[in-house]
Design a binder for this molecule. Structure first.
Ligand SMILES: NC(=O)c1ccc[n+]([C@@H]2O[C@H](COP(=O)([O-])OP(=O)(O)OC[C@H]3O[C@@H](n4cnc5c(N)ncnc54)[C@H](OP(=O)(O)O)[C@@H]3O)[C@@H](O)[C@H]2O)c1
Ligand SMILES: *[C@@H]1O[C@H](CO)[C@@H](O)[C@H](O)[C@H]1NC(C)=O
Length: 333
């Protein structure tokens, strides 16, 4: 089976990449080194992950060690919400380019359809005195048009969206000169995204799966919340195939042609997660993995199960304000 997919832009995107969100500064070199040794050639980054300088150093070192050329690796990064105004997009892009020590980006993604107010380059989460995020009303089409300009400079090969719903994706498709190659969304066996996948296939947009393992380490995890690692259906498939639950969840995406970006700081997990090209899930396995009870994990409800407001211990708040006009998750998909 192919280990990459061809994007509408004509460029190849490896099916398994390493997610870098939540890799701590002192974990980055070990994770990237282990990943490159295990055969990873695709890295999913973002300005907001706060570790692009470390990723840049680690990538340069690992590529030198293995004699890899720039064109041997595929690097994704994302424009953050505070940089949505057309005059700010290039600044955000340049910062990632500099921090990652690259002269071009393979895939540049708009992280969210919602913009935040820009209070200067270091304020990623502008807040009111009571702690609410201050949104901007910059339209995502304005941001997209500035991203198209980056492609024209040759410093960016392909463009993508993240956390957009089907209607917003269509809006961009209808108003773009460079169409989106990729839509990166949360997907795992509890959120298979079958409708969105079909919608994107009809429009030749490649879906990419984030949090493919259900984002095991997020700060706001509620106790008693289901995990794919405890799911009896997944466990049965994994035992039959003598693979791990993580490998089954990753293979599920790869077998649907979905590039997938599991995060890990643990070398044994990193190796395990790309070792998914020597087995196949049956049609029944695939059907079962698409039929488990659904739940979105990254953007949980604002109240916990006792109806108490939830607090993020690491201060990283994902846009949850359903009142914003570009909030993506009111649509069925
Ligand atoms: N566009 C967006 O808005 C968006 C949102 C979320 C994520 N993402 C991207 O998607 C990437 C992945 O998503 P994620 O970080 O949310 O979570 P994830 O990849 O679903 O899960 C990561 C968790 O699973 C654990 N893990 C990894 N491999 C494992 C294995 N083989 N066995 C057992 N546990 C394993 C990791 O722990 P260890 O580190 O200890 O292995 C970590 O706790 C991110 O890093 C980021 O690049 C994008
Ligand atoms: C970004 O970098 C390019 C090329 O180095 C430069 O021409 C452009 O002015 C920079 N833009 C901003 C906003 O810094």
């Amino acid at each position: 089976m192919d280990m990459s997919v061809t994007l509408p832009s004509g460029h190849a995107m490896p099916l398994v990449g390493l997610g870098t969100w939540k890799l701590k500064a002192d974990e980055v070199a070990g994770a990237i080194g282990a990943a490159v040794d295990a055969g990873y050639r695709h890295f999913d980054c973002a300005l907001i992950y706060g570790n692009e300088k470390e990723v840049g150093v680690a990538l340069r070192e690992a590529m030198q060690r293995l004699g890899l050329k720039r064109e041997d690796v595929f690097i994704t990064t994302k424009v953050w919400n505070t940089f949505h105004a057309k005059e700010d997009v290039a600044e955000c892009f340049n910062r990632s380019l500099t921090d990652l020590q690259l002269d071009y980006i393979d895939l540049y993604i708009m992280h969210w359809p919602l913009g935040f107010q820009n209070l200067g380059p270091t304020v990623m989460f502008p807040r009111t005195e009571t702690g609410d995020i201050v949104y901007s009303d910059v339209h995502y089409l304005e941001t997209w048009s500035a991203m198209e300009d980056l492609v024209k400079t040759g410093k960016c090969k392909s463009l993508g969206l993240s956390n957009f719903n089907s209607k917003q994706l269509d809006d961009v498709l209808q108003h773009s000169t460079v169409p989106p190659s990729v839509l990166q969304v949360e997907s795992h066996p509890f959120l298979p995204q079958v409708e969105l996948l079909n919608f994107c296939r009809e429009r030749s947009v490649v879906v990419s799966a984030y949090s493919p393992l259900g984002c095991g380490d997020r700060a706001w995890k509620l106790s008693g919340e289901p995990s794919i690692f405890d799911d009896p259906g997944l466990l049965k498939i994994a035992q039959r195939l003598r693979k791990s639950i993580a490998q089954v969840a990753i293979r599920y995406q790869v077998q649907r042609g979905i590039p997938v970006i599991p995060k890990s700081a643990t070398p044994s997990h990193i190796q395990e997660n790309i070792n998914v090209f020597d087995f196949e899930l049956s049609e029944d396995d695939m059907a079962l993995l698409s039929s488990l009870p659904r739940r979105r994990i990254l953007v949980p409800p604002k109240k916990d199960k006792d109806n108490k407001p939830m607090v993020d211990s690491d201060g990283l708040v994902i846009p949850r304000d359903g009142s914003h006009p570009y909030y993506p998750f009111h649509e069925p998909f």
